[in-house]
Design a protein around this ligand. Structure first.
Ligand SMILES: Cc1cc2nc3c(=O)[nH]c(=O)nc-3n(C[C@H](O)[C@H](O)[C@H](O)COP(=O)(O)O)c2cc1C
Length: 404
């Protein structure tokens, strides 16, 4: 089995605190926080990267789900795998399977999408903190102390903080390494400003590190968030999509960053989907291309070479020096289902193989591998593929999946 060098996430937080600074974190983003993008943002000051959210039930049951949803390489560290799970067996078994390849696991308790809520995932779990605590506590007890276990939550209310603070303290008591708080409630859209005062109070009530999330678009925003809330880390999602170099202090995507993405995608070749490569170009070029050009970019035929040619023609990538990119090949990950099957057997359940018994659609070519999500998204899900307006539609496409 190919091994990966491990990073101790708790040491990273301690060292940042000693230096009176904070960790800069690339958020989990469905479809987008893939290996290639993680490589890109690590070149620009990102200290920790999350994977996209992975459905733990599919990960445990389907080798195809594992191959499609998780890839890594030897340089892909510090790395946290984020899971959506609604029971202990799935969360613990998925954690054990991914353990050799990551530095920690995170439980998503923030997703407000209807499909997730209906199945008892994401922010639906915030209604039963004792269940979240059970999942986190079990994984914490079963994994080495040096391995990070964390959770991502939202505010329970924007006006009455006691309930959120009680929940965070209850989760802290399970022995988790840190927690991330998105400073909005599940009902609040991104048009509502993040409640920084709430984040500050939550931080004061905890002893473990807290990562603050929401509305971070520049390094300045991150520094202000740190100053105002005393948080230990700052996590960005939409900001880092539009400018992967934001944590390095760049106010807009540098041309060199586009060149890096080009080089990473070319080196990754078939490991990266057309959709992922194309969407990232669209997001990051928002500040570099006039609207009409972005419309053209978004409507290009589904051909990687056409996108690369378009970028070379309209963004002066050849005017910047060599970007010297190394994108090592992905590790071939080996997973054992033994513990998972044993646990199911103890419960008197049988583990179905392949995609049978879980919502994973391994044949999906559009990147929507989870059938319940796919059914709900319906036509809207087509928006990111062929937007008919400007690139903002792409972002809205992401927002359709996660209007956080
Ligand atoms: C395209 C997209 C995908 C997202 N996917 C996830 C996800 O997989 N897991 C998760 O916990 N949050 C997800 N989120 C929410 C973000 O991690 C973050 O909490 C939210 O966008 C607020 O941060 P921001 O203001 O920096 O965008 C996603 C957000 C976007 C825009």
């Amino acid at each position: 089995m190919e091994e990966k060098v491990k990073t101790n996430i708790q040491d990273l937080f301690s060292s940042a605190a000693e230096r009176k600074t904070f960790l800069k974190i690339c958020a989990p983003m469905v479809r987008y926080s893939k290996l290639e993008f993680r490589n890109l943002v690590r070149s620009y000051g990102t200290d920790i990267a999350f994977t996209s959210m992975i459905m733990a039930d599919s990960f445990c049951r389907s080798e195809k789900a594992r191959l499609n949803e998780f890839t890594t390489n030897k340089d892909d560290t510090p790395l946290i795998a984020q899971f959506a799970a609604n029971n202990v067996i799935d969360f613990l078994s998925a954690t054990e399977m991914v353990f050799p390849y990551v530095d920690g696991v995170d439980l998503n308790c923030g997703c407000p999408q209807r499909w997730a809520m209906a199945d008892g995932y994401g922010s639906a779990m915030l209604k039963s903190p004792e269940m979240i605590a059970d999942l986190l506590g079990t994984v914490r007890r079963n994994m080495p102390n040096t391995f990070s276990v964390s959770v991502k939550v939202r505010l329970l209310s924007s006006t009455h903080l006691k309930q959120t603070i009680d929940m965070c303290r209850q989760l802290e008591a399970t022995g988790i390494s840190f927690l991330t708080v998105h400073g909005r409630t599940a009902a609040e859209k991104t048009t509502v400003p993040v409640h920084r005062d709430a984040l500050r109070e939550i931080k004061q009530s905890l002893t473990i590190p807290m990562v603050a999330n929401g509305d971070i678009f520049t390094l300045d925003d991150a520094q202000q968030m740190h100053q105002e809330t005393k948080c230990d880390g700052v996590m960005a999602a939409r900001g880092i999509l539009s400018n992967p170099a934001m944590f390095a202090g760049d106010m807009r995507t540098p041309v060199g960053c586009v060149k890096r993405w080009l080089s990473i995608c070319q080196q990754a070749d078939t490991d990266i989907t057309y959709q992922c490569m194309h969407h990232h170009f669209s997001f990051m070029s928002e500040s570099l291309l006039p609207k009409q050009r972005r419309v053209q970019l978004n409507n290009l035929a589904k051909d990687k070479d056409k996108v690369y040619d378009f970028i070379r023609t309209h963004i002066p990538v050849d005017s910047v020096g060599n970007v010297d990119i190394d994108h090592p090949s992905k590790i071939s990950c080996c997973y054992s289902e033994t513990n998972f099957r044993k646990r199911l057997a103890e419960k008197g359940e049988k583990a179905e193989t392949g995609s049978v018994g879980c919502a994973y659609d391994s044949e999906a070519s559009d990147g929507n591998f989870f059938q319940s999500k796919k059914a709900e998204l319906g036509r809207e899900d087509q928006v990111p593929d062929r937007p008919n307006d400007d690139g903002a539609d792409f972002m809205d496409g992401g927002g359709l999946l996660f209007d956080e």
